[in-house]
Design a protein around this ligand. Structure first.
Ligand code: NDP
Length: 490
């Protein structure tokens, strides 16, 4: 089995940047090792992009914007995106396996991400020629039209947790709006994005419309976000790097959307349908090993049912196994050793603080010893003020806190620096609406939870979760600005 797993996915395991439609090595020839999260072994090598590579990519994008790409009609751009969606669908087997080997997602989750990417491309492809401006009543002697126009060249910093989906929602929308793009994938999650960029080349995207520079965040990423040739930036990642990105954008006076994660609460009232809720409560944190910005990482449970719900969730956690992502585990490994250590440190601190582990899963016996596995862990009760209730852990760690009444539930749910997603579980429709509308979160679900999903639904945060919206039609509008044309006609 192990020999089979070590077979390279592609004959050539060394991947260049894609700049102006060409495969281009890093300007200084440097490469980065890509390790498999499943076993810590070498999987591939990618170009370690430099500021010079970024500069070449931005210039190629500018040339495309002012040339062949910029001349296409919205309908033609949309058709290319739809062709790319079909190419992605046709490539589902390879992309699925590549993603699983690169980032450690169980195969079913990688497959869902490929499907999600194809759907984003289809959604924005079909929306491209539905994006239109406005006519404004003004002086009787003038006609005023407001056009929706692309920014020009957009920069995209994509993280490692959902590379294909985040590429789809961000780059797909930017291209549909008519921008030319430069993408810097996370160093741990570049392989599928490079492959999709090659598919784009194959289906006929003009050279330079979609450029990919791989490499380190602090070099290639920083060079991209501070480049004066970038007109708008889309960033998903940590609040700390988000601050650096927004600061760089401010130097060049360009806009930025930031999606910076969350500490999302699921509020369970005592009249909720618990049987229906249970699998959703667990999956909302276990999906992608908890490495999901919209993970449901906090349970707020009404006191009268607290013990019963905690016991039922704990029983499910005890059965969860982290294991090799190609063997259908409940959850795969963390993306890298640093992330594994980060989660372990949170758990060590929680134990030192005397917090109770209500249910802990395990690591599959056949999980390779060099992989970055962490058992799913459920702690309850956890005080609202504790680090574990306030910090984004980004791992398979769930906490539960009791509440007494509606007012307290709202106060606790809104009581972190974040505000990305929330959910309300109750059979009382009026309460669901009242509490739902009190949530300081970009998305609120009632009797369901949408971690990672919802291509059609605007997505983004309040507070430390960032600003700007991606996904849905609103996500397309974000990649445009307006030009108002005033015509005097007498
Ligand atoms: P980062 O925010 O550092 O990484 C996100 C992206 O930013 C990656 O593509 C990274 O590239 C890039 N990047 C890093 N530094 C810079 C920079 N100076 N300028 C421009 N781009 C840069 O997050 P980490 O990977 O370090 O993860 C740490 C924590 O961040 C996680 O534990 C989690 O809490 C949070 N996170 C949240 C995500 C979300 O979906 N909201 C996604 C990922 C992380 P590279 O990887 O090559 O360094």
């Amino acid at each position: 089995m192990n020999d089979q797993l070590r077979q390279p996915v592609a004959p050539d395991m060394v991947h260049a940047n894609i700049i102006g439609g060409q495969d281009v090595e890093a300007s200084d020839g440097d490469l980065l090792d890509v390790l498999s999260p499943a076993d810590g072994l070498l999987l591939a090598r990618i170009a370690s992009g430099t500021a010079r590579d970024v500069d070449a990519a931005v210039k190629a994008a500018r040339a495309a914007f002012e040339g062949a790409w910029g001349r296409l009609t919205a309908t033609e751009r949309g058709r290319l995106l739809i062709k790319l969606a079909h190419a992605v669908e046709a490539d589902v087997e390879t992309l699925t396996l590549l993603e699983t080997r690169d980032v450690g997602k169980p195969l079913a989750q990688s497959r869902a991400d490929v499907t999600g990417l194809a759907r984003y491309l289809e959604y924005y492809g079909t929306a491209a020629d539905k994006l239109h401006g406005d006519v404004i009543p003004y002086l009787g002697t003038h006609f005023v039209g407001v056009e929706r126009v692309p920014f020009g060249v957009t920069g995209h910093i994509v993280p490692w947790n959902y590379p294909m989906q985040i590429f789809g929602r961000s780059v797909g929308a930017a291209l549909a709006a008519g921008n030319a793009t430069v993408v810097k994938p996370a160093e741990d999650a570049s392989l599928t994005i490079l492959r999709v960029a090659k598919l784009a080349r194959d289906v006929g995207f003009p050279q330079g419309a979609l450029n990919v520079v791989t490499g380190l965040g602090r070099t290639a990423g920083a060079a991209l976000t501070s480049h004066p040739g970038i007109d708008f930036i889309s960033f998903t990642g940590s609040p700390e790097t988000g601050t650096a990105v927004q600061t760089a954008a401010a130097q060049n006076h360009v806009g930025v959307t930031l999606e910076l994660g969350g500490k999302s609460a699921q509020v369970v009232f005592d009249d909720a349908d618990i049987e229906r809720a249970l699998p959703v409560l667990v999956n909302a944190i276990i999906q992608n090993g908890g490495q999901t910005c919209s993970a449901g990482s906090r349970l707020l449970i009404q006191r009268g049912i607290f013990d019963d719900v905690v016991n039922a969730v704990a029983a499910r956690f005890k059965a969860l196994r982290a294991g090799h992502p190609e063997r259908s585990p409940d959850l795969g490994p963390m993306i890298n050793q640093a992330q594994q250590r980060r989660v372990e440190k949170y758990l060590e601190k929680a134990r030192q603080d005397g917090l109770t582990v209500a249910g802990e899963g395990g690591i599959a016996a056949d999980a390779p010893s060099g992989g970055y596995y962490v058992p799913a862990t459920f702690l309850a009760p956890v005080p609202h003020e504790s680090t574990l209730s306030q910090d984004e852990v980004f791992g398979p760690v769930l906490v539960a806190t009791p509440f007494d009444d509606e007012a307290e539930a709202i106060r606790l749910a809104n009581g972190t620096a974040y505000g990305l997603v929330a959910s309300v579980w109750t059979r009382d429709a009026m309460r669901a609406t009242r509490v739902g509308r009190s949530m300081r979160a970009g998305q609120v679900f009632v009797n369901c939870y949408g971690a990672g999903g919802g291509i059609e639904l605007p997505f983004g945060g309040f507070g430390k979760s960032g600003h700007g919206r991606e996904k849905g039609f609103e996500g397309l509008v974000e990649f445009t600005t307006t030009r108002t044309l005033v015509i005097a006609h007498g």
